[in-house]
Ligand binder design. Structure first.
Ligand SMILES: [Zn+2]
Length: 583
């Protein structure tokens, strides 16, 4: 039955409180600080800064409010002689001030250089360089991103008054070999690096071979350049958020990453941008970035991300994707022993339980199914995990209008998912583009996400009921995760016992079935009794192996029917009638 409980996440819920900590701790500061109420009231913030500047041993440093705070990192010794105490109080102030910081945006035109070397009249490929342009133009048209230069005097003045008026640009850069080789083999890096040594015909020939099946990859002369910028853009975007220079951020990057394996580029992906960024942040900020949630809402399973962190207890990977019993892309892994995107792939070793696959049984999933998944699985597990950073592998190919995905997720639903994730990790959410091939659909979906990151409450929308098949998938996923997460065992509203359909799916059997089967075998051996078919499939299924007869009963002249009186009847509803099974 459809469970409508998830509608409690209706979009008119209050904005999540991102700062679980009070703005100021201690007695002195409460009376001195006038917290600006209007997030856009920068003059109030200036007053705030002046007040803070006079505080002795303040928990807040005014530089934290400035955009170039990163250029002047806080020295622990300036704050206090006790370094550990200083770090602690400083982190409280940073947390409290995060909401006043801008939302970052990373984009670099060089990422368009990865293009198909096919120069024919119709070189179209779904992973089109215009994808990132389409998104950026949508953000600019909506005035979320300033069209002029960062140094424009008007912009500088405007940002003083309202630092959140526009998204703050984050410069992409080339990822280094060392950064990339945290997630990829040296041979894989070298393979990508040497792509520019081939001429166009050779690249076309390579693409002809690779751009099919599980590999699904095209390459060009400048693929390596674009891939380095894409990975470097993800790294810089995550760093800006981890290091509190932006409250959250959006990396509009390509080529995408989540299919790329350690030893092989595949699925339109060269290097796996998100894991590279996550590993870099965990290495560079060991105190601030200990545990990371990667939430992958691309319609395809992020096989590369799963495999890179499969045994890592500090990186929780949750993927919502179409699985279709393993048939939907990327399909079964070529290597034996490697898990696919199925629900039972839950991680291994120390990382057991840190891999959560919500693999839909089919395409056609929509807002109701995604909202239910968030309510029943994503948010409970993510909350229990309590990450320091949330990175969204944000493909928009589950969006309504994307032909590859064939699903119907709307922009308000993407906004709502973003909004819920912003309640984690003190709001440290980084959204990194993955797939999504309908230029209109990805643009309006990305716009909804960007607005939410900037603080706009998600649009109201009617959440349809969850589909029956999706409900079944969520139940299976909860059961698969129940051994590892208390929250998966604690929902009193959900029946965690297996249904008959679950039993069928898992090729298991009930105790009743086992008893009936055993009895049939004994009677068959002793008296050659056979099971009689009842001419209604549904009733025959219920009474399977319970109606038995001696052989050749059709030829008998007298028929003796013995009915066992059910001692503890188990009523099974069929339509509006109730039948009782023999136990
Ligand atoms: Zn995808």
């Amino acid at each position: 039955m459809a469970d409508h409980n998830y509608q409690q996440f209706a979009v008119d819920a209050p904005i999540p409180v991102l700062n679980s900590q009070p703005l100021f701790q201690g007695t002195n500061h409460d009376t001195v600080m006038d917290e600006p109420q209007d997030l856009n009231d920068y003059s109030a913030m200036n007053d705030t800064q002046n007040n803070i500047a006079h505080l002795q041993n303040a928990t807040v440093d005014p530089r934290a409010l400035q955009q170039d705070a990163a250029a002047t990192p806080l020295s622990m010794s300036e704050e206090s002689e006790d370094e550990s105490e200083s770090y602690s109080s400083n982190s409280v102030s940073q947390d409290a001030l995060r909401r006043f910081k801008p939302t970052g945006i990373c984009y670099d035109i060089r990422m368009k250089l990865h293009a198909n070397a096919d120069f024919s009249a119709s070189p179209h490929h779904p992973e089109d360089p215009r994808r990132i342009d389409a998104i950026m133009n949508q953000l600019k048209d909506a005035k979320l991103v300033y069209r002029g230069k960062d140094s424009d005097p008007w912009l500088v003045e405007e940002l003083k008054k309202s630092p959140n008026k526009f998204m703050q640009r984050i410069k992409a850069r080339h990822a280094t070999e060392a950064e990339i080789c945290q997630c990829h083999s040296a041979a894989q890096f070298l393979w990508a690096k040497t792509l520019d040594t081939y001429d166009s015909k050779e690249l076309r020939d390579m693409t002809d071979i690779m751009d099919a099946g599980r590999r699904s990859l095209y390459v060009g002369n400048l693929t390596f350049e674009a891939a380095l910028i894409s990975a470097g853009g993800a790294i810089e975007t995550c760093k800006q958020v981890v290091d509190d220079r932006c409250k959250n951020a959006f990396a509009v990057i390509r080529p995408p990453g989540h299919h790329a394996e350690r030893d092989e580029s595949m699925g339109f992906c060269i290097f796996n941008n998100v894991p590279i960024a996550v590993r870099t942040c965990m290495a560079d900020y060991p105190e601030k970035c200990r545990k990371v949630l990667i939430l992958d809402w691309d319609v395809h399973h992020g096989n590369g991300i799963q495999n890179m962190f499969y045994e890592d207890p500090n990186v929780l990977y949750i993927s919502l994707h179409v699985y279709q019993d393993g048939k939907f892309y990327p399909g079964p892994p070529e290597e034996e022993g490697v898990e696919d995107g199925g629900i039972r792939s839950v991680g291994a070793g120390l990382g057991i339980g840190k891999n959560v696959n919500i693999g839909w049984h089919d395409q056609g999933m929509g807002d109701g199914d995604y909202m239910a998944a968030f309510q029943r699985i994503v948010m409970p597990i993510a909350t229990e995990f309590s990450p320091d950073l949330v990175v969204v592998s944000a493909g928009f190919d589950a969006a309504a209008g994307d032909e590859l995905g064939g699903c119907y997720v709307t922009p308000p639903c993407y906004a709502q998912m973003t909004y819920q994730l912003m309640g984690l990790a003190n709001g440290k959410v980084v959204v990194c583009l993955e797939g999504g091939y309908n230029l209109k659909a990805i643009s309006i979906s990305a716009l909804a996400v960007a607005k939410t990151l900037m603080g706009e409450p998600p649009e109201r929308f009617d959440i349809p009921p969850i589909q029956r098949g999706a409900d079944h998938v969520l139940r299976q996923a909860r059961r698969a995760q129940a051994p590892y997460w208390a929250c998966m065992r604690e929902n009193p509203h959900e029946q965690l016992m297996a249904t008959k359909q679950d039993v069928k799916d898992t090729a298991a059997f009930t105790v009743d079935d086992a008893i009936h089967e055993k009895r049939r075998r004994i009677l068959s051996l002793k008296y050659k009794m056979v099971s009689v078919y009842i001419q209604r499939d549904i009733i025959h299924g219920i009474f399977l192996d319970q109606v038995l007869s001696t052989p050749l009963w059709l030829e008998g002249k007298k028929l003796i029917v013995i009915i066992h009186d059910p001692c503890v009847p188990t009523p099974i509803p069929i339509g509006n009638k109730r039948l009782a099974t023999d136990n």
